[in-house]
Design a protein. Structure first.
Length: 207
C-alpha cells in the first residue's frame, strides 16, 4: 500500500472519530436541557377573591341570628334567620301583623340583631269627649276620685277594693297585650276578677 493512501485513510478515520465525539456531546447537552425544563416546579395560581371578601372555592360562612318577636303578630315566638335578614323577614315568619297592630311604629327595614326582642305595638283607642268634658286624658283618676283603669299604674290600681299587687299587674299586662278597656265591665276579663269584685269596685273605676 502506498504511503499517501495510508495517510488518507488515517485522516478519514480521525475525522470520523471527531465527528462522532462531537455528535455525542451535542446529544447529551440537549437531553440535559430537556430534563431541566421538565423538572421545573409547578406553581399553583393564587386564590383570587371574588370581590365579596370570600375566596373562590371556599363556602362562605353564613351568619345566624335568633330573635323573639311578640305583641301584635299572629304567631309570636323565637325565630332563626341567616344572612342579612331584617324586621320584615321576622314579621313574615310570625304570620304578619294583626288587625290591632300599629304598623307605622315599626321600622321593617331595620337589620335584625341576634338575641333581640321585637315588640309590635298595638293601636291605642282614641276617646271621644264632649265639649263639656273637662277631664285630662293623661290623668289616671278623675276629679270625682274615680280610677281610670286604662291609665292607672300598679299603685293606683291597688287602691281599689279586692285588687292586690298580682291582680293590678294582670290589669296592666292585659292593657299592654290587648289595648285599652272599652268599658268598665271589661275588667272582668282579668283572671280572678269576677262579678263579686266588680260589684265592689264598679263605682270606683272609669275608662
Amino acid at each position: 500500500m502506498k504511503r499517501q493512501t495510508l495517510i488518507a485513510i488515517v485522516v478519514c478515520i480521525f475525522f470520523l472519530g471527531s465527528s462522532a465525539v462531537l455528535y455525542l456531546r451535542t446529544s447529551e447537552s440537549n437531553s440535559a436541557s430537556t430534563q431541566q425544563w421538565d423538572s421545573s416546579p409547578y406553581t399553583e395560581s393564587p386564590i383570587v377573591s371574588d370581590g365579596t371578601g370570600t375566596a373562590k372555592g371556599n363556602a362562605a360562612a353564613e351568619t345566624e341570628c335568633a330573635v323573639y318577636i311578640c305583641g301584635a303578630v299572629k304567631n309570636p315566638g323565637v325565630y332563626r334567620f341567616s344572612g342579612n335578614s331584617r324586621v320584615c323577614d321576622a314579621l313574615e315568619s310570625a304570620g304578619g301583623f294583626t288587625k290591632k297592630a300599629d304598623k307605622s311604629a315599626v321600622n321593617q327595614a331595620r337589620p335584625l340583631v341576634d338575641g333581640e326582642q321585637i315588640i309590635i305595638p298595638r293601636k291605642r283607642k282614641k276617646k271621644q269627649y264632649t265639649g263639656s268634658d273637662t277631664k285630662n286624658t293623661d290623668d289616671s283618676s278623675t276629679d270625682s276620685g274615680l280610677v281610670n283603669i286604662n291609665q292607672a299604674d300598679q299603685t293606683q290600681l291597688m287602691t281599689l277594693a279586692g285588687i292586690g299587687a298580682a291582680k293590678a299587674r294582670l290589669i296592666i299586662d292585659y292593657r299592654t297585650e290587648n289595648g285599652s278597656f272599652a268599658s268598665i265591665e271589661d275588667i272582668m276579663k282579668i283572671s280572678g276578677i269576677k262579678e263579686g269584685i266588680y260589684n265592689r269596685i264598679k263605682d270606683q273605676i272609669t275608662v
